[in-house]
Design a protein around this ligand. Structure first.
Ligand SMILES: [Zn+2]
Length: 300
C-alpha cells in the first residue's frame, strides 16, 4: 500500500516539489552496507545491506538530480558561510562493514562520488593493505574493515572516516565516564591511525541528547550525525545533531526518490502534529530497528 502511495507521490511530482523545497538544505543519507547478494541474507533481517545493482541505480538517480558533496565540504561551507550547490546530498555509511570496500567503494569511485564511513573502532582490527583482490564475499556483509583496508580506501578515493564510538554501545545507557571514554578513545584511534582533520561522529543507534552533543563538541569532533530524518539547514541545524535519512534494501525507484526529496519529513512533521514525541529520544528506534516500509510517517 505504501509503495503505491509513494509511486503516486513520485508520479504526480510531489517528490520534485519537495526536493525543490529542500534545495537549499542538505540531505544526508545513511547507509550501512552494499551487498552482491541478490536477496536479503539470513544475517541481515532488517535489510540494511543494499543490493549493489539497486545501489548503483540510486547513485545514478542522485547524479541526475542532485549534487553529491562530502561531509567535509558541507562543514567548510557552513563555517565560511559559503553556499553549496542547490540539491546537495551527503553519503554516509555506518558500522564499517567490509562490503563497503568490496561492493560500495568501486561504485562510488566510478562516479567520483565522496562518502563518509563511520567505524566502530573496537571492531577495526589491525591489518595490512587489502591488496588488489577486493572481490566481494558473503562474509563481507557481517565482518568489518581493518585499519589497513580503511587506509587503502582513504588513499584511493574521496572517503572520509568518522567514529561510531569504540563499542557501538547505546551512549545514554552509559555513565558519564564511560561515555567520555567511548568518545575520546574512538576519536584518538581514528586520528592515530589516519591522522588528518578532526573526525565526525555518528551516535550509535542514532541516540543522542543535548548533553551528548555538547560532549561530542568538547571532545573535538568536527560534527555529529543522528538518525533523525530531516534536511539540514546550513544556518539553523545543530552541527552536532545533523539529521540523516535511512536507506535500506527496499528503497528502489519512487521510495528512494521520496526518501531523498524530504517528502517523508513533511509527512513526519504532519505525523508529529498528531502524536508529538520527545526530541532525540525516539531516534533510537531508527538506526538498528527494522527499516520501516518506505513512506509511512508513523514508522519514523
Ligand atoms: Zn551503527
Amino acid at each position: 500500500m505504501k509503495r503505491i502511495i509513494f509511486a503516486l507521490l513520485h508520479g504526480v511530482g510531489v517528490t520534485r516539489l519537495a526536493a525543490w523545497w529542500n534545495r537549499k538544505r542538505v540531505i544526508i543519507l545513511c547507509y550501512h552496507g552494499v551487498t552482491e547478494r541478490g536477496t536479503r541474507g539470513p544475517t541481515d533481517p532488517h535489510g540494511i545491506h543494499v543490493p549493489r545493482p539497486l545501489f548503483e541505480s540510486q547513485l545514478d538517480y542522485l547524479r541526475s538530480r542532485y549534487h553529491v558533496v562530502s561531509l567535509r565540504d558541507y562543514l567548510a561551507a557552513r563555517r565560511e558561510g559559503r553556499k553549496l550547490p542547490d540539491y546537495s546530498v551527503v553519503l554516509t555509511f555506518d558500522d564499517g562493514f567490509r562490503n563497503f570496500l568490496t561492493a560500495a567503494a568501486p561504485c562510488l569511485a566510478r562516479r567520483k562520488m565522496p562518502a563518509s564511513i563511520f567505524i566502530i573502532t573496537n571492531n577495526t582490527a589491525e591489518g595490512g593493505d587489502p591488496g588488489p583482490d577486493r572481490a566481494w564475499t558473503p562474509a563481507d556483509d557481517r565482518t568489518h574493515l581493518s585499519w589497513g583496508e580503511v587506509r587503502a580506501l582513504v588513499s584511493g578515493q574521496d572517503i572520509e572516516v568518522g567514529s561510531h564510538t569504540c563499542s557501538h554501545t547505546r551512549l545514554p545507557a552509559l555513565s558519564p565516564e564511560e561515555t567520555g571514554r567511548e568518545l575520546r578513545d574512538s576519536y584518538a584511534a581514528v586520528v592515530e591511525n589516519l591522522g588528518g582533520a578532526p573526525p565526525a561522529l555518528s551516535y550509535p543507534k542514532g541516540e543522542y541528547s543535548a548533553v551528548l552533543s555538547r560532549l561530542a563538541r568538547a571532545t573535538g569532533y568536527a560534527c555529529a550525525v543522528t538518525a533523525d530524518g530531516g534536511a539540514n539547514d546550513p544556518a539553523r541545524t545543530d552541527p552536532f545533531a545533523l539529521g540523516r535519512t535511512l536507506i535500506g534494501d527496499k528503497d528502489g525507484g519512487a521510495a528512494f526518490a521520496v526518501r531523498v526529496s524530504g517528502v517523508r519529513d513533511w509527512l513526519a512533521r504532519l505525523g508529529s502534529i498528531f502524536s508529538p514525541r520527545a526530541p532525540g529520544a525516539s531516534s533510537a528506534r531508527a538506526e538498528d530497528a527494522p527499516l520501516p516500509a518506505a513512506g509511512s510517517a508513523e514508522n519514523l
